[in-house]
Design a protein around this ligand. Structure first.
Ligand code: NAD
Ligand code: MG
Length: 378
C-alpha cells in the first residue's frame, strides 16, 4: 500500500470508544493502521515500548511496526515467543516480565501485544504485574483477537488446573485492530474467529446476524465489510464490558455457545489439530439454539438458519463433526460440569428465544441436558 493510501485509510479508521471511566480507551479499526498510527501511540506519552509477539507474527510485522514507533521517538524492543496455547505459561510469563524489565520499561512506558489471543493474554498479564502495572496496547493480529480477546481487559495464563485460571483484569490503553494483518491469517483461524463474530448477532442483534449472512464473503476477502464486522463486534463486546467489567452479571452472555464449546475442547484435549476454540464455539452456537428449541423456547427454524450459515462458511456445527469423536454423553456432561459456569448440581446455559434474543438460564437440570445430548449423538 502506498503511504498516501495508508494515510487515507488511517483517516477513515473506525473508532469504537470503551467508556470505562478512568480506564476508558479507544479501539481503532482499519486497514494499514500499524504503519501509520505511531503518532497515536506516541501521544500516550511513553518513551519506550516492549513489543511482545510470536514466531509466526513477528517475522511478518514486528519490524515495520517497530520502525513506525521509532519514527515517533519511541525506543523499542521485541520479545518473540513460540506460537500456540502452550505459550500461556508461567515460564513464558517469567520470560516476558524479565525481558520487559531488561528493556527498562517504566511505569509510563508501554507493553505492546502484537499477536493473537495467546500473545494478548500473556503480554497483558505481564503488563498487569510488572512494576505492579504498566500500560499496554493491544495490536491483535487474528480475527478472534480483534473481535474478542483484545477488548475487555481479561488477561492471564493457563495453570495445570485449567485454562485462564491465573490472571488479572487489566484494561489496555489503546487497541489497534489493523484488518490488513488478517490477510496472512490461515483460513481455518479466520473461520474460527468468525464464529465469535456471528455470536454477537445471535446474542442480541438479529440485524447484524442477517448482515453477516449477506456479507461474510467480504469479511473473508478483506473488503470494507471486514472493517465493519470487526468494529461492530467490538461495539457489541464493549457494550457488555462497560455494563459488567468484572464479569459478575450479564458479561456471561458472551459465553453463548461456550458451555458446549468448552466441553468439546476439553474432550479433544485442547488439541488444535482436532478442534480450535472457534470451531468448538460454532458447534456450541448451533447446539445452544437446538437445545433452546428442544426446550420449547425457540423455533427450530432459527437453529436451522444458523446451521446453514455456519456450514456455508465452512465451520463445523454438529457433535459428529468433531475429528476423532466427541466422546459419550457422560463424558460430555462431565466436561460441562467442570466448566466454571456450573453452580450446584444444575448447569447455567446461555439459551435463546430466537436469533438475537439470548438470555442467561441458570438452574438447567442435568437430566434435560442428557436427554438433549442423547438425541444429538444418535
Ligand atoms: P493464537 O494467538 O494462538 O493465534 C492463532 C495462530 O495464528 C497462531 O499460530 C499465531 O501464530 C497465528 N497468527 C496470528 N496472527 C497471524 C497473522 N496475522 N498471520 C499469520 N498467522 C497469524 O490464537 P487466537 O485464536 O488469536 O487466541 C486464542 C487465545 O485467546 C486463547 O488462549 C484464549 O483463551 C484467548 N482468549 C482470551 C479472551 C479474553 O477476553 N482475554 C477472549 C477469547 C479468547
Ligand atoms: Mg470465545
Amino acid at each position: 500500500m502506498s503511504s498516501a493510501s495508508a494515510q487515507a485509510s488511517t483517516a477513515s479508521a473506525l473508532t469504537v470508544p470503551v467508556p470505562l471511566g478512568e480506564r476508558a480507551y479507544d479501539i481503532l479499526v482499519g486497514r494499514g493502521l500499524i504503519g501509520t498510527v505511531g503518532s497515536r501511540i506516541a501521544a500516550l506519552g511513553a518513551r519506550a515500548a516492549a513489543i511482545v509477539t510470536d514466531e509466526h507474527v513477528g517475522p511478518l510485522y514486528a519490524q515495520a511496526f517497530s520502525d513506525a514507533l521509532q519514527t515517533h521517538g519511541l525506543r523499542t524492543s521485541v520479545i518473540t515467543l513460540a506460537p500456540g496455547e502452550a505459550t500461556k505459561s508461567y515460564a513464558s510469563l517469567e520470560r516476558v516480565c524479565d525481558a520487559v524489565l531488561e528493556a527498562k520499561i517504566e511505569r509510563g512506558d508501554l507493553v505492546i501485544a502484537l499477536g493473537g489471543g495467546v500473545i494478548g493474554d500473556l503480554a497483558g498479564f505481564a503488563a498487569a504485574v510488572v512494576r505492579r502495572g504498566v500500560r499496554f496496547v493491544q495490536v491483535p493480529t487474528t480475527l478472534l483477537a480483534q473481535v474478542d480477546s483484545s477488548v475487555g481487559g481479561k488477561t492471564g495464563i493457563n495453570s495445570r488446573h485449567g485454562k485462564n485460571l491465573v490472571g488479572a483484569f487489566h484494561q489496555p490503553s489503546l487497541v489497534l485492530a489493523d484488518t490488513a494483518l488478517l490477510d496472512t491469517l490461515p483460513l481455518r483461524e479466520m473461520r474460527a474467529g468468525y464464529a465469535e463474530v456471528v455470536k454477537y448477532g445471535l446474542i442480541d442483534d438479529a440485524r447484524f446476524f442477517a448482515w453477516c449472512e449477506r456479507n461474510w464473503r467480504g469479511i473473508f476477502e478483506g473488503g470494507m465489510e471486514r472493517d465493519e464486522a470487526v468494529a461492530q463486534s467490538c461495539r457489541a463486546k464493549a457494550a457488555v464490558v462497560v455494563r459488567d467489567e468484572h464479569e459478575t452479571g450479564d458479561r456471561a452472555l458472551l459465553n453463548l455457545g461456550h458451555t458446549f464449546g468448552h466441553a468439546l475442547e476439553k474432550i479433544t484435549a485442547y488439541d488444535s489439530a482436532r478442534l480450535v476454540h472457534g470451531e468448538g464455539v460454532a458447534i456450541g452456537l448451533n447446539l445452544a439454539f437446538r437445545f433452546s428449541a428442544a426446550l420449547g423456547l425457540c423455533p427450530i427454524s432459527d437453529a436451522e438458519r444458523i446451521e446453514a450459515h455456519l456450514t456455508s462458511v465452512g465451520l463445523p456445527t454438529r457433535l459428529s463433526h468433531v475429528p476423532g469423536g466427541c466422546g459419550t454423553v457422560d463424558e460430555l456432561l462431565d466436561a460441562m460440569a467442570q466448566d466454571k459456569k456450573v453452580k450446584g448440581g444444575s448447569l447455567t446455559f446461555i439459551l435463546a428465544k430466537g436469533i438475537g434474543q439470548s438470555f442467561i438460564a441458570p438452574g438447567i437440570e442435568a437430566g434435560k441436558v442428557r436427554t438433549f445430548l442423547m438425541s444429538e449423538i444418535n
